[in-house]
Design a protein around this ligand. Sequence first.
Ligand code: SAM
Ligand code: SF4
Length: 343
Amino acid sequence: MNTPISRPIASGPALIDPFGRHVTYLRVSVTDRCDFRCVYCMAEDMTFLPKKDLLTLEELERVCEAFISRGVRKIRLTGGEPLVRRNVMSLIEALGRHVKSNALDELTLTTNGSQLARFASALHDHGVRRINVSVDTLNEQKFRTITRWGDLKKVKEGIAVAQKAGLAIKINAVALKGVNDDEIPEMIRWAHGEGMDLTVIETMPLGDIDGDRTEQYLPLSVLRAQLMDQFTLEDIPYKTGGPARYVEVKETGGRLGFITPLTHNFCESCNRVRLTCTGTLFMCLGQEDAADLRAPLRASEGNELINAAIDEAISRKPKGHDFIIDRRHNKPALSRHMSVTGG
Ligand code: SAM
Ligand code: SF4
């Protein structure tokens, strides 16, 4: 895709928002498409963005490099399913060079695992060391029901191949009331038994889905109390740069994370922004406000315009989100789906 050696990155001023938070983490949704249709994430009959609106992989690389030059140290690729975008490995290879040159601390991705068996060893070769894999249940039938199109066997096979390739894995599970809440203890034992961390996530009100979210919503404070009947959970200061708060499960010796956007607002320490595959920058996962980076990117070969657009966007980073799920607010807080901005 480009020269084998990474271009040297000129360094510009750090990105600091109006609340004094340093933006050092960029999440990039490389596609809004996916080979699954998880019930809490997408409607079965989704309309995706027209391909002509997408940034090319080279353009995505340019935007990422602009952010790296402004002090971003961590990039996570997500989606949709990042591994279904054609030639995505060329972007991963290009960004991986910045890990190898120490311009980036970490390049990582969040995946549904369906394509991992194919790509795991290339990911490792390109400098990826940790990935998140989303698995909400260990029951094959239920997995098919939740993902609509997914095959748990294939995902587990992908996880095994990725571990063999040397990738550390964190499992992400969305906690769904009456669907997988009874299974979380088993998932803790499974993940920790395989040497993986597990993080549970509250459902967030993003985008219209076919069902009712109030039925699915499980506050993690409730789950945590239930888990304490059978596990000893000890708060630990472990941090991965993400919003999860971790405990150590004494009985398994493994780590369990809680991502609680609804019961506990984590915005005060937010260090990230999110880029969509069309070059729109969301300064907050939970707000509609966004900045277009595609026009300044395409308007000039140099980085002045894109840098100015990034500065302007960061000056508008809001203090936080105001997600809420209850019966009076049984509408998505935001019209866009999680697959647009990535999880
Ligand atoms: N396709 C990849 C995957 O599933 O890991 C990456 C994109 S997916 C949107 C990222 C994460 O967001 C997944 O762990 C998924 O379970 C989670 N997610 C999707 N919709 C969500 C919602 N409405 N609330 C909370 N988490 C959600
Ligand atoms: Fe696809 Fe991930 Fe959304 Fe599931 S959660 S539909 S795997 S983007």
